[in-house]
Ligand binder design. Structure first.
Ligand SMILES: [Zn+2]
Length: 103
């Protein structure tokens, strides 16, 4: 039933993984770049770091969602076990918590 969703999540994970790889590539390139100021370089690294951890968090969420599709818990809150509102899943298909338990 959720096979299509699983496919979608898997593709997203692959895309995010590629993004992380290209961030690492940017880091490698940055070492050779001619930065006028050290501070500028550090700032850039921070941005890349933030992007990478963001992507990693999303991969984690997507893997969780795939796991929950596999064990039949998809659509139910991980914390309270109640059904997650359909409208919430439409906006955030990888949501594993209901709106009350999120955040
Ligand atoms: Zn809940």
């Amino acid at each position: 039933m959720h096979e299509q969703l699983k496919q979608q999540f898997t593709e997203r994970i692959v895309a995010l993984q590629q993004r992380i790889d290209s961030i690492h590539q940017d880091f490698a390139d940055g070492r050779h770049a001619d930065w006028s100021e050290q501070a500028g370089e550090r700032e850039n690294d921070e941005v890349l770091n933030a992007l990478e951890s963001e992507a990693k968090v999303e991969i984690q969420q997507l893997s969780n969602a795939i796991m929950r599709i596999n064990n039949g818990y998809y659509g139910y809150c991980q914390t309270c076990g109640e059904e997650i509102a359909e409208r919430r899943l439409e906006v955030q298909p990888a949501a594993i918590k209901c709106i009350k338990c999120a955040d």
